[in-house]
Write a protein that binds this ligand. Structure first.
Ligand code: TEU
Length: 524
């Protein structure tokens, strides 16, 4: 496998990742629900895009109250998605094309249908009872503390087990019971689930709400002023770091640079940074402020400064995400304009760190409109989870009915049409990813923000003799570039690459460009 970019960097530094949401990626059976064999059938699409790895969202046995983030069996494939043999075939097909495979690991909670929880309910004295967080009611009755859960504003994070009279903790749905990582047997059992997949050849894990595994042993009340916000957003117990170090040691005991990217859903990047440890915790963490940053040059400048300020001193490698299965797609969030989404692609794929592309953003997809009678997700996140349009006419490469409605603009925002269109969004993502592969300055080079006119964000990426500039016009009007920001055009967010090689001294509205500094050595 194409291991190191220059012989010293671990593979995941500067790698571009592609998030596959299996239900909506590709359907091999015509059931209207995507599956693992569907991903394998389309693996060349992912390889040809030019990413280095994929992350596959949960496909484990689950009652699907939270679309698979409620795991019933960590070591089995849900029949909706196929079989373990299908998974092995997917890994083999990916590896044969030099693609790494990361899978989703959901360590902070199980489904209440998990056999551990079922045993815990049926016998309060069984060992598995302590795999979860059961507590007596508060002295005056009611939930043990004021923590609230996600998905239902202000609702307690506790559910009463009538049988025993105790409550159990659920940071998300009542069907997702929080695990008690303070219990060493639980930790060993969860380590076993990692080994199961590592032994099958996965290259790493995206770790779901990993910051939520350790809990304050006293389970104290939170500040009442903030109590209506889900507790999970604040949970930051020191014990988690020890548990994450154990997980890291386990990954490191395998050959091949097995990797972790943790979903640390804390809104302060300085807090997120602590989960990199001393290089002995997570390899990478997701960082959420960029997902909530509006499309304004100043806002992005501030967001980048905050990120580099928190991570660089620790040598922590950043990640960049504009869209995922939990958030409105960024084209939708940024107002729907396609030029803006094209400029955002340049931003995502040229910042210093590992970019994560969410399936379909490379087609410029908008969120689907989901009528009330078709709502599936308890968290209101169906819009970004609509199926990927593959073919250029209905039913777009799917069966007649799909589990969610198709996204808008399928006639142009489908893979077949965009593959055949030189100026398509897909072609732009492929160009940018090819440039990243060709130019270490973009994948692993240093990063420096540059002074720029109002409404413009500019930065320099440097590696060895190579100096590239990225200039992004966030405004809708054209802008002339000062001398220090001009250069030879390598890639523009607009058009079809026909103008590459010329000198760029001005930007159109909402145009972004990657330039080679004038006077620098010509591209090898
Ligand atoms: O997400 C964590 C999470 O906090 C989100 O659910 C967030 O609260 C929500 O999207 C509001 O923006 C992870 C998974 O990515 C998500 O799909 C799961 O629902 C959740 O954990 C529980 O496992």
């Amino acid at each position: 496998m194409d291991d190191d970019l220059d012989g010293t960097e671990p593979w995941w530094r500067g790698a571009a990742f592609y998030q596959v949401y299996p239900r909506s990626f590709a359907d091999s059976t015509g059931s209207g629900v995507g599956d693992l064999a569907g991903i394998t059938e389309r693996i060349d699409y992912i390889a040809d895009l030019g990413v280095q790895a994929l992350w596959v969202s949960p496909f484990f046995t689950s009652p699907m109250h939270d679309n698979g983030y409620d795991v019933e069996d960590y070591c089995a494939v849900d029949p909706r998605f196929g079989t373990l043999a299908d998974f092995d075939a997917l890994v083999a097909a990916a590896h044969a094309r030099g693609l790494r495979v990361m899978i989703d690991w959901v360590p902070a909670h199980t489904s209440t249908a998990h056999p551990w929880f079922q045993r815990a309910l049926s016998d309060p004295r069984c060992p598995e009872r302590d795999y979860y967080v059961f507590r007596d009611p508060a002295p005056g009755g009611g939930p043990p503390n004021n923590w609230t859960c996600a998905f239902e504003e202000g609702a307690p994070a506790w559910k009463l087990d009538d049988e025993s009279g105790q409550y159990y903790l659920h940071s998300f749905l009542p069907q997702q019971a929080d695990l008690n990582w303070h219990n060493p047997d639980l930790r060993a059992a969860m380590h076993g689930t990692l080994r199961f997949w590592l032994d099958r050849g996965v290259d790493g894990f995206r770790m779901d709400v990993i910051h939520n595994i350790g809990k304050d042993p006293a389970l104290g009340d939170r500040d009442p002023a903030l109590a209506a916000l889900p507790h999970m957003l604040f949970n930051d117990d020191p014990s988690t770091h020890r548990y994450v170090r154990e997980i890291r040691a386990l990954l490191d005991s395998y050959p091949g640079q097995r990797t972790s990217v943790g979903e640390v859903f804390l809104l302060d990047t300085a807090q997120v940074a602590t989960y990199y440890g001393q290089g002995d915790e997570l390899h990478m963490c997701f960082n959420f402020p960029p997902l909530y940053t509006e499309w304004k040059a100043e806002a992005w400048r501030g967001c980048i400064e905050a990120t580099t300020g928190a991570l660089d001193p620790l040598g922590a490698w950043p990640t960049w995400v504009l869209s995922n299965h939990d958030q409105k797609r960024h084209r939708t969030r940024y107002g729907g304009g396609i030029e803006r989404a094209r400029a955002a692609a340049v931003l995502l794929l040229t910042l210093r760190g590992s970019p994560f592309i969410y399936q379909g953003e490379e087609l410029g997809l908008l969120d689907a409109e989901v009528p009330e009678q078709r709502v599936v997700d308890p968290g209101g996140r169906d819009g970004c989870r609509a199926p990927i349009p593959w073919a250029d006419s209905a039913p777009w490469g799917w069966g007649e009915s799909t589990w969610l409605p198709m996204p808008p603009e399928c006639a142009t925002r489908n893979v077949a049409t965009q593959l055949a269109t030189p100026g398509s969004m897909l072609a732009l993502y492929r160009r940018l990813l090819a440039l990243r592969r060709r130019c270490p300055a973009l994948s692993v080079g240093s990063f420096q923000l540059l002074d720029a006119p109002a409404g413009v964000l500019a930065y320099e990426r440097r590696h060895g003799q190579e100096t590239l500039r990225v200039v992004i016009n966030f405004e809708t009007g054209p802008v002339a570039l000062p001398e220090g920001l001009r250069g030879q055009l390598l890639c523009a967010s607009t058009g079809d690459a026909g103008d590459a090689g010329g000198t760029c001294d001005a930007l159109l509205g909402e145009q972004a460009v990657v330039l080679r500094c004038l006077g620098a050595a010509p591209e090898r």
